[in-house]
Ligand binder design. Sequence first.
Ligand code: ZN
Length: 80
Amino acid sequence: MGNHKSRFSVPIASHEKWERVIGKTLNKRSRICGDHFLEEDIIDTWVSGQGTSKYSKFLKKPGLKKGAVPMVMLNLIKSC
Ligand SMILES: [Zn+2]
């Protein structure tokens, strides 16, 4: 489970890499939806504390792990 309908803008550091992977030109307004990322690359919970005091909450606005690259159903990105 996760918020797969989230859409992510292109991180500046990953711009060229994403373009190479996706095979299309991206700009600042390009958005790629969560369907194209591995679940583990999407950060949708915020965790605090450790052991018994550990708790987590869902983020309203999920983020991507640093260096995450779209790699799922890339052929569908054009209709994102
Ligand atoms: Zn999509």
